[in-house]
Design a binder for this molecule. Structure first.
Ligand SMILES: [Zn+2]
Length: 322
């Protein structure tokens, strides 16, 4: 007997909707699970796959104890496949795109008879990471559906998929849940109410992100970033030294994310349009710098440049806030 992980309320709603469509015989071959990262799209897709493959489903849920459910829980079900990033040929690192060989293999597998006589499900996540050649192969697979075979695409950036691919899929949209629901869920995860509220505000209502921040260094990191920006503003810290500290560990990207968000937060409290614009420009610059971190540009220099610009804009923010 394997226990099913509880779904969050917004996941449970999406799941119930999908099960009812499946029960009504209207679940398509291709489904696109779209919506912000961290809301549990893949978890819902996997639960639905388990339910479809289960031999003795108990209502909307998979039974959790049949052979199929056991194999699924062990990650060894022959009729379920998760396609994601794989290591490079030399095995030195993970690829950052999904390549044509993976999609071809997937197409071949979906053309086979399911091993356990039921259905066959493949989940592609993140689907928007397919490269151009892989996209053409994927389209071919989507256009040649076999009965009982499902190919589901999970994406936080569905606009990056071609319109043709999107048009071949039924779309399930994941949205941020109502604040009260997100807050209740965070508290149910064991977070203190005050911290949960602060994290939820910082994450702009995204419960998954808030949870992640509350578990890790996220929120402490945000406070530190806010303090650093204040110091830069007052001239008690230098842009170069601060930038070097920001990129010294694996949290550089998260710091910039918080910094960009703090700029927006400040801009929201302003009434001067020109000042709001300069903070909005800084917000864009911070996000561009985040992208640069993934390239070969020297991170400390890119961040220094950004922080020098903050110093220029900062008195504006302070003045408007007072
Ligand atoms: Zn079962």
């Amino acid at each position: 007997m394997t226990t099913l992980a509880p779904l969050a309320p917004w996941q449970a709603r999406a799941y119930a909707h999908l099960v009812s469509i499946h029960e009504a015989g209207r679940l398509g071959h291709g489904v696109l699970f779209a919506g912000p990262a961290g809301l549990g799209k893949r978890a819902v897709a996997q639960r639905l796959a388990q339910r479809i493959l289960c031999r003795e489903p108990a209502g909307a849920e998979p039974c959790g104890h049949c052979r199929s459910c056991q194999l699924f829980a062990a990650g060894t079900h022959a009729d379920f496949e998760l396609v994601s990033f794989i290591p490079t040929k030399d095995g030195a690192r993970m690829r950052t795109e999904i390549v044509i060989e993976q999609i071809r293999e997937l197409g071949e597998r979906l053309a086979l008879t399911p091993q356990y006589g039921g259905a066959q499900v493949a989940v592609l996540d993140p689907a928007d990471a397919i490269n151009h050649h892989a996209a053409n192969a994927l389209l071919k697979t989507l256009e040649e559906p076999h009965p009982g075979r499902f190919l589901w695409l999970v994406s936080a950036h569905p606009a990056r998929l071609s319109a043709t691919i999107r048009s071949r899929c039924q779309r399930v949209e994941f949205r941020l849940p109502p604040r009260e629901e997100a807050l209740a869920w965070l508290i149910a995860q064991g977070h203190k109410p005050a911290a949960a509220e602060e994290a939820l505000d910082a994450a702009r209502g995204h419960p998954g992100l808030a949870d992640q921040w509350l578990q890790g260094e996220g929120l402490a990191l945000r406070r530190q970033v806010a303090a650093d920006l204040d110091k830069l503003e007052r001239g008690t810290a230098g842009a170069l030294a601060t930038a070097q500290a920001w990129v010294a560990d694996e949290y550089a990207e998260l710091r910039l994310r918080h910094a960009a968000d703090l700029a927006l937060e400040r801009a929201a409290g302003l009434t001067d349009a020109g000042r709001t614009r300069s903070l909005a420009a800084w917000f864009d610059a911070a996000n561009r710098t985040r992208d640069l971190l993934r390239t070969t540009v020297r991170a400390d220099l890119a961040v220094t440049e950004l922080l020098l610009a903050w110093r220029g804009d900062a008195p504006v923010a302070r003045g408007g806030r007072a």
